[in-house]
Design a protein around this ligand. Structure first.
Ligand code: ADP
Ligand code: MG
Length: 223
């Protein structure tokens, strides 16, 4: 599904003409149904890499084919459509809308895609059921624990039936027990529902749940 050949990314910093390379010749293939962790020290380029993978950044060198489509060829509009159709995002800080109920948070991406409330309903309920939070649907995020909030974020990421989930440090704000629970949920979604998951983590305990670990150091894949 994801095929990257010799991906490099550089920034030109103010006073200096020489580009600073933060990704160097990355070759990475990810197939459907994989559950992959990207690991590496802070500043090694993990977020830069997943921003390219999730169509947030097209300013890179090299080739990126997504389901045999050349991502470089997309215009800005196509790129945001690709993102909305194909990627479900999960963040370290959950990014829920605090004034909306749990149900409304999960419904939002469906409405954004043009679904009616009525048409969205069974999908929202299905996702909340998958993450075990059906009984919390009318509550506000502030009434939930950190782990529960992350479950809502995962349900929201699943709502549009994306081709893959991208999670940048999804357990970064959680204690180790809650982190295990979230990783178990990801594992279940991958095993039972064939959800393709790509996560960034620097926690080896979290990475143990993944089927594959890609190690990044100084902008290069080292293992
Ligand atoms: P990680 O997610 O592994 O911590 P990042 O991908 O966020 O690393 O960053 C990789 C490197 O790229 C870092 O050295 C960072 O300072 C640099 N970087 C990230 N964004 C920019 C930017 N907009 N301009 C210049 N340098 C950047
Ligand atoms: Mg990062």
């Amino acid at each position: 599904m994801i095929k990257m050949n010799n991906i490099s990314k550089s920034y030109i910093l103010n006073d200096d003409e020489t580009p600073l390379y933060v990704l160097k010749d990355i070759n990475l293939n990810i197939e459907e149904k994989e559950f992959t962790a990207i690991m590496g020290p802070s500043g090694s380029g993990k977020s830069t890499l997943i921003n390219i993978i999730s169509f947030l950044d097209r300013a890179f060198e090299g080739e990126y084919y997504f389901s045999d489509e050349d991502v470089k060829e997309f215009k800005d509009n196509d790129l945001s459509t690709m993102r909305n159709r194909n990627v479900g995002f999960v963040f370290q800080s959950f990014n829920l809308i605090e004034t909306d109920t749990i149900y409304e948070n999960v419904e939002l991406p469906l409405l954004y895609r043009g679904a009616t409330h009525r048409c969205a309903k069974p999908i929202v309920l299905e996702q909340l059921d998958k993450v075990g939070l059906l009984s919390k649907k009318d509550q506000l995020p502030s009434q939930l624990s950190g782990g529960q909030k992350q479950r809502v974020a995962i349900a929201r990421a699943l709502a549009n039936k994306p081709k893959f989930i991208v999670a940048d440090e999804p357990t970064g704000a959680l204690d180790s027990k809650t982190s295990d629970e979230i990783m178990t949920l990801f594992q279940e979604l991958n095993n039972l529902h064939d959800v393709t998951i790509l996560m960034v983590t620097h926690d080896p305990e979290a990475a143990r749940y993944c089927k594959r670990v890609v190690e990044v150091k100084d902008g290069q894949v080292i293992g």
